[in-house]
Design a binder for this molecule. Structure first.
Ligand code: CTP
Length: 403
């Protein structure tokens, strides 16, 4: 595939060297267009050596070949990584003051952008508005990831990893994978049960694992309906940029249940990753509770319906249903035993069980799970990034559906 990689002036440009290498070793014809600023971080020689193609930055070179539009016209995919806040603004405004700008205006190929900047710049309303505009024009935004930044600070703003950018970009152009055409419904995040207009009962779910389950499915060709309760900031960034993922936001367990029942009606696979509150407050106060009302003795709770059990009870013919369970077991044997009991109780085809504790499982990027299948066997064990775990879950679903 003829791929143009635009590189703009951020320190993450060094990671783009690896990204270009991944594309070249994948057999693609890669043409790098660095901006003048980008060359202050990584030199022209490196880009030429790694891409195995000549690199120009100026619209005034190869004028006879009309280079300023030729690359854009020939491109089957354009990736901009890293994209600075300035680049996002220039793209939004349609500025064409360098070769990358003219190429972006001349192309009709899918454009995938991997922003990288400090958290404050990413959160600035100007950047937020630019990203929204770009998305509305069909530009795919991958990342940014959450993590340590160059200034010693930490937060959303790190460029997504090259492997992730490549995987997302390639998935966007080719919709074939082992889940091609499969319709799936996924839930994620933690529900919030209101106590009064300002307070709620919630949980520590970050929503990242469910978002990865959705993105992994979409990248393998599935069409995904993602029902998301409360999630951490940035957790849905990639999912919301994916053309095959439709997101519905919900708050309470009741809302999540209604949205999932709807999403599951025509789904061939249903994966409940959401952390659903088992109880809700019996009487939600319509104004903020105050100590002036007298001491609050107890909060009466009512049990929420078991959404997963309901989905299993009304499952459509041939539908595969997967549950997730976070447990605090004594040891690995206890974890497996709890997983087996819960799978039987829920009646699901697969139960993905992991160990959580005060310091593990929730906010972290990594996860370690056991997948329990019908007949109580361990179908898969996976550890690593939440994406790797998500792929292991889909491998298990593919296994169930082909058996
Ligand atoms: N789940 C659900 N509806 C609920 C509670 C949980 O659909 N009211 C789903 C979760 O999305 C998850 C699976 O059931 O896929 C297991 O969640 P968990 O909270 O471990 O299940 P519980 O039945 O609440 O188990 P426990 O008795 O351990 O609280």
């Amino acid at each position: 595939m003829f791929i143009v990689v635009g590189v703009t002036g951020g320190i993450a440009a060094y990671k783009t060297v690896h990204l270009v290498r991944l594309l070249v070793t994948g057999g693609h014809d890669v043409h790098v267009i660095p901006t003048a600023d980008a060359l202050k971080f990584v030199g022209l020689t490196t880009w030429e050596a790694i891409s195995r193609n000549p690199v120009t930055t100026s619209v005034h070179e190869d004028v006879s070949e009309v280079r300023h539009v030729a690359l854009g016209r020939r491109a089957e995919l354009v990736i901009v990584a890293p994209a600075t806040a300035n680049t996002l603004a220039a793209m939004t405004a349609g500025l064409a003051d360098d070769l990358l700008g003219t190429t972006l205006l001349a192309t009709s190929a899918p454009v995938v952008v991997a922003p990288a900047m400090h958290t404050e710049m990413w959160r600035h309303p100007a950047t937020t508005a630019n990203v929204e505009t770009l998305r509305s024009r069909g530009v795919h935004i991958v990342g940014p990831a959450d993590g340590p930044l160059t200034g010693g600070d930490s937060g959303p703003g790190r460029m997504a990893e090259p492997e992730q950018i490549v995987a997302s970009a390639l998935a966007i152009v080719s919709a074939d994978g082992d889940l091609a055409g499969l319709r799936v419904a996924v839930s994620t995040g933690g529900t919030r049960e209101p106590i009064d207009p300002v307070r709620y009962i919630g949980n520590r779910s970050s929503g990242r694992q469910g978002a990865e389950v959705a993105v992994a499915a979409a990248e393998r060709g599935a069409r995904v309906r993602l029902v998301a309760a409360h999630v951490d900031e940035g957790a849905l960034a990639e999912a919301s940029a994916h053309p095959r993922i439709e997101i519905t936001r919900v708050g309470t367990a009741e809302e999540l249940g209604a949205a999932m029942r709807e999403a599951a009606t025509d789904a061939e696979a249903v994966v409940m990753v959401a952390a659903v509150a088992d109880y809700r407050v019996a009487e939600v106060a319509d104004r903020k509770l105050s100590k002036e009302d007298g001491p609050l003795q107890t909060l009466a709770l009512l049990q929420n319906e078991d959404i997963l059990a309901g989905l299993v009870a009304h499952r459509a013919e041939g539908q595969t249903i997967v549950g997730f369970a976070a447990e605090t077991p004594e040891d690995d044997a206890d974890l497996l035993e709890r997983g087996r009991r819960k799978r039987r109780r829920k009646g699901v085809d697969l139960l993905v069980v992991n160990k959580v504790g005060w310091n593990s499982g929730f906010e972290s990027g990594d996860n370690r799970v056991i997948v329990v299948g019908a007949d109580d066997e361990v179908v898969a064990e996976a550890s690593g990034s939440k994406r790797e775990v998500a792929d292991a879950v889909w491998d298990a679903v593919v296994g169930v559906r082909s058996s």
